[in-house]
Design a protein around this ligand. Structure first.
Ligand code: GLU
Ligand code: ZN
Length: 273
């Protein structure tokens, strides 16, 4: 079997908690090579101290990754190149709608119930024909998918199998997602697709919460002529009340367990590994 390359891609916006430990341990176990990527494009929310803490926590867990670590804040040029490519294909448009504009358009009586997609409320398309020269850059999903037809990916997690998305499904349940936000000039979707390809990732391992975003990533991979890796979406680690662990939930921070004397083996046991 060909070499399997996996990655763990945390955002340094808070301490790592049990959910991150689970994601990192699962990813490392699924690869012959394990890479790390710091997803720090949302600069105002990222703190250098958190990045150092991530390395410390992962080392403590006993994980080994290859150097150099990829840092998204140094890769804006690569995201720009991808965005230019998509613009030249004619599958993008600029949008100046605010969150409030979108909410108002979606609550207009003729629109029916607003649908929420993997990227937030499904954009009603207000700016699609306006030929604006600035604003957020959106993907014209209907135009993009017309050139591709059905998209699919292979999942090896709980919902193992081939997942297919028809043209209508992509347009109606995902819609015109934002490719480049006004404030950061790119988006999670562009960065993750460009970087998984640049790092040669063959197995993407991440939380179930990102399952529906994967269809977006496959569309972008196809448009940018990048390979589609295999996907493994793992269960989310929840607290005793069944609530999903958030980064601000510092009570579950790995560092806290460590300070209280827990060992990496205790963490694995708590996670059922
Ligand atoms: N940076 C994302 C997170 O911390 C993970 C993105 C991914 O694995 O695709 O949730
Ligand atoms: Zn708009």
């Amino acid at each position: 079997m060909a070499e399997r390359v996996t990655r763990f891609a945390p955002s340094p916006t808070g301490p790592l908690h049990l959910g991150h430990a689970y994601a990192a341990l699962i990813a490392a176990a699924r690869g012959d090579r394990f890479l790390l990527r710091i997803e720090d494009i949302d600069q105002p929310r990222c703190k250098p101290g958190y990045e150092a803490a991530i390395f410390e926590d992962l080392e403590w867990l006993g994980l080994h990754w290859e150097n150099p670590v990829m840092r998204q804040s140094t890769r804006l040029w690569a995201y720009d190149a991808a965005l230019v490519h998509l613009c030249n294909m004619g599958v993008t448009y600029h949008c100046t709608c605010t969150r409030g504009d979108i909410k108002a358009a979606l609550s207009a009586p003729q629109e029916g119930a607003a649908l929420i997609g993997p990227d937030g409320p499904i954009y009603p398309g207000t700016c699609r024909r306006k030929q604006r020269a600035s604003g957020a850059l959106r993907l014209d999903m209907a135009a993009a998918i017309a050139a591709l037809g059905e998209v699919q990916f292979t999942e090896t997690g709980e919902q193992a199998g081939t997942h297919q998305y028809s043209t209508a499904q992509m347009v109606e349940t995902i819609g015109d997602i934002v490719l480049a936000r006004r404030d950061i000039g790119t988006s999670y979707h562009i960065a993750v697709v460009v970087d998984d390809a640049a790092q040669g990732i063959t197995e993407v391992t991440r939380g179930q919460d990102l399952f529906d975003a994967t269809a977006i990533h496959v569309v972008l991979q196809r448009l940018l002529a990048l390979p589609t890796p295999r996907y493994h979406h793992h269960r989310l680690i929840r607290d005793d009340q069944g609530k999903r662990l958030a980064k601000r939930d510092d009570a579950r921070a790995l560092a806290k367990y460590r300070a209280e004397g827990a060992t990496p083996q205790d963490i694995r046991r708590m996670l059922g590994l």
